[in-house]
Design a protein around this ligand. Structure first.
Ligand code: ATP
Ligand code: MG
Length: 348
């Protein structure tokens, strides 16, 4: 069966949106609007999977939900042409996640590196929601039978799990799916879209760790709300090695911090790493870093200014989310009716 091509992705309303979220995810979301129908979600139900003191409590969740929505729009997502909404306003996410909790196997979820990293040593004390996170993520995508999912490299494993869940659902209910006229498969196999020079932006303090909202050190990341001075200071302090930049991309493989800064430059300038090195090969970091700061400020400051303006207009932001939720709900309702029939849940 041919599925309608559709993009779905999300960002959690937790902590500070950073350059990794922008280059790995939101910038790609904007580009994909040209070629697909897109649904972009603020995944508030995912946000509460960590302890309440980490996600910050009700007031912080409201603030961060509006901030991510403002960031989507400030970066160039068109909420009229596409759909922007927050997850909890469409109940199908939770309903389908329950069905998927019963399709996914403990062993599959137990292998997820995000769970291992976020749960840390004290796994007994992690929430059930953190363990089941990938089943909810599969539900987010498949509720809209989305075919393409732009994400950063860190979400590759979860996307593979979404594909496994879709496949197992299609197999477990194959007879019912066929009887209801859906052919061989009710759910598509969603394709991850992980492309470009910045699919995994690393911490500015440690080239072996990804830049993350949850990193305790603010120096580790460029926030989308940082001003020009903060950006310049963080780039100046970013960890590097003492050698000049190489001429060949291959030589970056053994130099994670240099590779990271070159990748950031390439993604912001919309060129390849090789093209960055053609320009800066042989240069010292003392010359490259100011050029990188200038580029960051030039690209991010219009976004930051627009985010700040939009964030204060809470009536507008909430109306975008309400309108998007209503349109998402209409699509989700169709899927949930079919899923209930396929599974054998009697319904009105
Ligand atoms: P947390 O640490 O709380 O999980 P996060 O920074 O990973 O926060 P998410 O909301 O989980 O942010 O992820 C939103 C999107 O940003 C996802 O597509 C994810 O793959 C992408 N992303 C997150 N961090 C990076 C990064 N360092 N480089 C590239 N993409 C990233
Ligand atoms: Mg994450």
């Amino acid at each position: 069966m041919a599925f309608k091509q559709r993009v779905f992705s999300g960002v959690q309303p937790t902590g500070n949106l950073h350059l990794g979220n922008y280059l790995g995810a939101i910038k790609r979301f904007v580009e994909l609007q040209q070629s697909y129908d897109c649904i972009y979600c603020v995944v508030d139900m995912h946000a509460i999977t960590v302890p309440v003191n980490v996600w910050g409590g009700p007031k912080e969740l409201v603030r961060a939900t509006r901030e991510v929505t403002a960031a989507y729009i400030a970066c160039g997502i068109d909420p009229k042409q596409h759909i922007v909404f927050n997850q909890c306003q469409v109940s199908g996410h939770a309903e389908l996640a329950w069905v998927f909790n019963c399709v996914a196997r403990m062993g599959w979820l137990g292998r997820m590196t995000q769970f291992k990293e976020k749960a840390g040593k004290d796994r007994e004390n992690a929430s059930v929601g953190l363990f089941a996170y990938p089943a909810l993520m599969a539900a987010d995508i498949l509720l809209y039978r989305a075919t393409h999912v732009p994400v950063g490299e860190d979400q590759k494993q979860h996307l593979e799990l979404s594909r496994d869940i879709a496949q197992k659902f299609n197999n477990d209910f194959a007879v019912s799916i066929r009887e209801r006229g859906f052919g061989d498969a009710f759910f598509p196999q969603p394709e991850p879209l992980i492309q470009g020079p910045a699919t995994r932006v690393m911490s500015l303090r440690d080239g072996s760790k990804k830049m993350s909202k949850s990193d305790a050190s603010d120096q580790s990341r460029i926030n989308l709300t940082d001003d020009a001075d903060a950006i310049a200071l963080k780039v100046r302090r970013a960890k590097t090695d003492p050698d000049p930049l190489p001429h060949e991309e291959k030589a970056l493989e053994a130099r994670p911090e240099a590779d990271n800064l070159v990748g950031i430059y390439a993604a912001l300038a919309d060129i390849t790493k090789a093209e960055v090195l053609a320009q800066f090969g042989g240069a010292q970091f003392s010359a490259f870093k100011p050029a990188l700061s200038d580029l960051l400020v030039a690209k991010l400051s219009p976004i930051t200014a627009e985010m700040r303006r939009l964030k204060d207009d809470t009536a507008y932001i909430d109306s975008v989310l309400a309108d998007g939720s209503a349109r998402a709900q209409a699509l989700a309702a169709e899927t949930m009716k079919a899923v209930k029939d396929i599974v054998g849940f009697v319904r009105r």
